[in-house]
Design a protein around this ligand. Sequence first.
Ligand code: HEC
Length: 152
Amino acid sequence: MHDTEEPQESHNKIPKGWMLFFVGGIIFLVGYIVSYTPAISGWSFYQIFEKEMADAAKTKPQTSVTHYSGNKEAIADGNTIFASNCAPCHKADATGGIGPNLTGTLKYGSTQAALHESISTGRPNGMPPFLQQLGSDRIDKVISFLETLRKK
Ligand code: HEC
């Protein structure tokens, strides 16, 4: 007969797998804390954030058209786009019809940014928005075309 007072469990070894899991867990935890503690490893969320922001700035799509100003191909494309989308209202040479003359002084401004705004989002008295239809890049080309008319 067994002595029931004797603690039987203490004779059993802890299963190996369990020990491995336990020790592994501690090692992982220590490693984790070390590698993500700025004072120890130099890891910093701010550094990562700033790096990502810098990368994003490099690949940011151009909303101004400076890169198309004077670019012959872009101007030719812009002319074609203007002829089919804008000429019905502004006339092929942009001197105006239903829409205003675009070669003179402009109510909403004639900087590249202002033109981009006028064409992308439209203007209240009958200028439809074109961002959906043309996309920013083709709007930029149209602006480079308009610039050639305005510089004359
Ligand atoms: C349905 C006719 C119509 C079409 C098509 C149209 N426009 Fe207009 N546009 C207008 C009218 C009308 C205005 C005046 C809006 C206002 O005064 O609020 C205008 C205003 C503008 C202005 C602002 C002018 C200012 O005085 O500041 C620009 C720039 C412009 N259009 C460019 C374009 C371009 C580029 C296209 C082609 C992608 C185009 N428009 C297509 C009717 C049109």
